[in-house]
Design a protein around this ligand. Structure first.
Ligand SMILES: [Zn+2]
Length: 467
């Protein structure tokens, strides 16, 4: 019978990776994600793959986030030359994500090597290069949602909309091994049904084996209406006080949600700011991809856009100003009030947002809005935790701005949504919880037992099961 090995995002949320092998010799890698977070986790990105990349027949990627796709350039650097299957929109977003990631890897290695040269230490190589990323991109195969594709002998894959970010997919896999037929469903990252633009995750109801993410297996999110009202209040307050509003944001997903919401405020006549700057070249390119695939947006959001004659985000939020060049970005520094500035990095550990910190963070009338989680060890987390001063671009700066954290903008399903999605499967498939921290999985496991009388498994890293 076929085997499934749990290689990554096991009892943690990054480094998504699973291997499916049939007795007929088909080998399919599901996900090739990067480990992100603390140093020890990121070091895992350099450890040897527990398989020979040259032996794989196919690679299947659920969506473009780096924790699901970020090691693809390393996989090809180690000899993988087969197809990389993903949805059409994921294929476009992968180009943004992998080239940017490779650029950062090269830059990091360059910095480290300067330091090493001074210490007389040997140079390190980047995790991978732009050339590796370009090679990986040349191996992409784009597929529409709902189309069944044979990716290896006896292994058929169908992508279904997961509603998490543009192009995100639930991966349905049919494995024919000798006379045995097995049906595997991998949830990928499931979207939050309250987040805008994306459709609700597709509901499937048949599987023999189900792998389900559990990022927020322990809780429900705050209703997004409350979060929206909170944001509207902050914008009004900032307008009265005369300062700028800074929003550090991730380029893909979160930024498009924000632009949609700000557009809604604009259309309703309750956006007091005269200008919204999108100061992130990557987010600007991601916007263009979102606009191109607007037929994949949720029907009600598409209708709202259409009612205002908006085909692109710029039509929906006419005060949006994109500033791709460094000169345009620096020109924003002269604006002391009345602007909303959205810039990366999402956790403030670099990017253009830190330049805006330098010019605004010490102003009492500035408002800083975190629309998402800030990991430990990041500049964003220091500020959220109440630091009075922070070091920005080699200067110590007082944090006088008012700091807000918005909790309701998650792109992941909360506990009730996960339970609801799982409950539609008939005959309780064999269930494995993945992509979540252990305590959160245990809470979800208990909820599944209590509410659905369903025993879920929590696999160990490296565990192998017969499909
Ligand atoms: Zn994701």
């Amino acid at each position: 019978m076929a085997l499934l090995t749990f290689l990554g995002a096991i009892q943690q949320v990054t480094g998504s990776c699973y291997l499916v092998e049939s007795r007929d010799g088909a080998k399919v890698l599901l996900e090739c994600g990067m480990h992100q977070g603390r140093r020890a986790e990121e070091d895992l990105n350099r450890s040897a793959f527990p398989f020979d990349p040259r032996d794989l027949d196919a690679v299947v990627i659920s969506h473009a986030h780096l924790d699901h796709s970020g090691l693809l350039p390393r996989l090809v650097a180690e000899g993988y030359r087969g197809p990389i299957h993903a949805t059409e929109a994921s294929c476009e977003l992968l180009e943004l994500m992998l080239l940017d990631s490779a650029f950062l890897q090269e830059k990091d290695a360059e910095w480290e090597n300067r330091w090493r040269a001074r210490q007389g230490k040997p140079a390190v190589k980047p995790l991978y290069t732009i050339a590796n990323a370009e090679q990986a991109l040349s191996q992409r195969r784009a597929h529409a949602y709902g189309a069944a594709v044979e990716v290896a002998k006896g292994v058929q894959v169908t992508f279904h909309n997961a509603g998490h970010i543009l192009g995100s997919a639930i991966v349905e896999m049919q494995v024919q091994d000798h006379h045995l037929h097995r049906h595997l469903v991998f949830s990928g990252d499931l979207g939050n049904t309250c987040s805008p633009l994306m459709q609700a995750p597709t509901q499937l109801n048949q599987a023999d084996v189900l792998l389900m993410e559990s990022t927020y297996g322990d809780r429900d999110h705050r209703p997004s209406d409350e979060t929206l009202e909170e944001l509207a209040d902050i914008l009004q307050q900032a307008h009265r006080e005369g300062g700028n509003v800074l929003i550090p944001s991730f380029a893909v997903g979160r930024t498009q949600d924000l632009i949609y919401y700000l557009g809604r405020f604009y259309q309703e006549g309750r956006l007091p700011q005269q200008a919204v700057f999108l100061d992130s070249p990557m987010a600007i390119r991601a916007n263009a991809i979102y606009s191109r695939f607007h037929d994949q947006f949720a029907a009600e959001d598409r209708a709202a856009l259409a009612a205002k004659g908006a085909k692109r985000v710029e039509d929906w939020l006419p005060v949006l100003r994109c500033t791709p060049t460094a000169e345009e970005s620096m020109a924003i520094n002269r604006i002391k009030s009345g602007a909303i500035i959205i810039a990366g990095a999402g956790m403030c550990n670099g990017g253009r947002i830190v330049h805006h910190f330098k010019h605004n963070l010490w102003r009492e009338n500035c408002h800083l809005v975190f629309p998402g989680f800030q990991a430990k060890g990041t500049l964003g987390r220091l500020i959220v935790d109440g630091a009075e001063t922070v070091k920005v671009l080699h200067q110590r700066i007082a944090v006088k701005a008012k700091v807000h954290t918005l909790g309701g903008f998650s792109a992941h399903a909360g506990q009730s949504q996960l339970l609801d999605w799982a409950s539609r499967f008939e005959h309780h498939p064999e269930l494995y919880l993945v992509h979540g921290e252990l305590e959160k999985m245990q809470t979800l496991q208990a909820a599944l037992r209590e509410r659905l009388n369903w025993i879920a498994n929590i696999p160990e890293p490296g565990e192998q099961i017969a499909l």
